[in-house]
Design a protein around this ligand. Structure first.
Ligand code: FAD
Ligand code: NA
Length: 388
């Protein structure tokens, strides 16, 4: 196929660009992805034995307050009424998250009113009041006081970063929200839900156009028909892979965290009674356990088995899947240099979480792709403007 536009990466960013370019402008679009499926990190599939929809790269909950994004995604899928809640097992006891009045009262075996709970937290946080904490540990204590910080945040964060919070920068957190109500709804967005017939069905509908060709198991850096050498400079490219990789790590490697997921099928109906259970204590090595049946209580899943995944967090090496930007001062200096290089590249745009070295939720990836389409690609293809 002679492509008008080549897209590297079939994640939500690339899929959104492809859908708009093909459906609105009638362009011929080639998407390459080195993985064997579309959807990027939001990909899900039915676990073979149970039929339970499993999120292969970690649990993905869709939520947004962006009306434009909400209207856009609803063209391709309906959403269930799923509302996300998270619980946490600390010292052999289960508490609701995020930290709220229920968490505090259970923790203190008390019946504090909202005002009494505020006063108690302020009193605890007073331990480091007026200081300017440099490390995450002191910052956490200053924000919510030592008791709640040490129970629910300290070791959890330590496990996420595989680093003692005393050795982490205070800048990683600006706030630790505490809710002084019993509301333990995890997200505050206007819209929330899970795609009715699964993420993959949603993504397939986005590229269901004869003008979109998807080339799986195809690495942009191999010398193929739609590889870097054959495309950049001669056909417009949208690149959503890692920005440092594109430039052969010329400014050094950007730091990422990755996760390891350990799947288990258990011969019971229900393992933990909820979708996500956090484990904030230091003696447990994983950070949380996902149980996928609970994402779809409306489905008629088997009662004979359930699928769980334990999640472990660590720093990513070059061959690991990059998940969350580490964003040290060193990383920030490197990304500024890469952005200069990006500006100098012709006929190619960089986007998505890997291309911009930013954590994006799904709705942000879609919103950002829609902006790139409206502000850059459409003016280029429809009005002949330069692609920069
Ligand atoms: P990706 O989905 O990463 O897609 C990039 C694609 O580029 C990948 O498929 C990759 O294979 C491909 N690629 C890279 N290099 C090459 C190459 N050289 N050649 C060809 N292809 C290449 N968001 C939410 O809204 N809710 C959640 O609950 C949520 N949970 C998350 C949990 C985890 C563990 C992670 C990591 C992310 C989560 N997100 C969540 C964020 C969500 O995954 C992202 O918003 C989304 O993946 C961004 O899409 P993207 O297209 O930018 O990147
Ligand atoms: Na450019």
């Amino acid at each position: 196929m002679q492509a008008d536009l080549v897209i590297v990466g079939a994640g939500l960013y690339g899929l959104t660009i492809a859908e708009r370019a093909a459906n609105e402008l009638g362009l011929k679009v080639a998407i390459v992805d080195r993985r064997g499926h579309i959807g990027g990190n939001a990909y899900t599939e039915r676990e073979a034995r149970t039929g339970i929809e499993v999120h292969r790269y970690g649990a993905h909950l869709f939520h947004t307050s962006n009306e434009k994004v909400w209207a856009y995604v609803n063209q391709f899928t309906g959403f269930t009424g799923y509302v996300h809640h998270v619980y946490t097992t600390h010292n052999g006891e289960v508490f609701p998250m995020p930290i709220n009045l229920g968490t505090i009262n259970q923790f203190l075996h008390a019946a504090l009113t909202p005002q009494q709970a505020r006063d108690w937290v302020r009193e605890q946080a007073g331990e480091l009041a007026g200081t300017d904490p440099e490390n995450l540990n002191d910052k956490g204590i200053q924000l919510i006081g030592r008791p709640l910080y040490e129970a629910f945040i300290k070791y959890y964060t330590g496990k996420q970063w595989q680093t003692d919070p005393k050795d982490l920068s205070a800048s990683i957190i600006n706030r630790l929200p505490v809710r002084y109500t019993y509301d333990n709804r995890y997200f505050n967005d206007t819209h929330e839900g899970l795609p009715v017939d699964g993420y993959t069905a949603w993504f397939e509908r986005m590229v269901d156009n004869p003008n979109i060709e998807v080339h799986l198991n195809t690495d942009f850096f191999d010398n193929g028909e739609f590889g870097k050498a054959a495309t950049v400079g001669s056909v417009p490219v949208v690149y959503t892979g890692p920005v440092d990789r594109y430039f052969d790590y010329a400014e050094g490697e950007l730091g990422w965290r990755t996760i390891d997921l350990e799947e288990e099928v258990l011969p019971i109906e229900d393992f933990q009674g909820c979708a996500v259970m956090n484990y904030p204590d230091p003696d447990v090595k994983f950070t949380r356990i996902h149980e996928f049946r609970h994402f779809h209580p409306e489905r008629d899943y088997t009662k004979d088995a359930t699928v769980i995944m334990r999640e472990y967090s660590r720093f990513a090496g070059r061959d690991d899947e990059p998940y969350y930007p580490v964003n040290t001062a060193d990383d920030r200096a490197k990304i500024l240099k890469y952005r200069e290089r990006v500006k100098a590249e012709k006929q190619i745009l960089f986007g998505g979480r890997l291309g911009s070295y930013k954590y994006f939720d799904m709705h942000m990836a879609i919103g950002s792709a829609l902006s790139m389409y409206e502000n850059k690609l459409k003016p280029h293809f429809a009005a002949g403007e330069a692609l920069v």
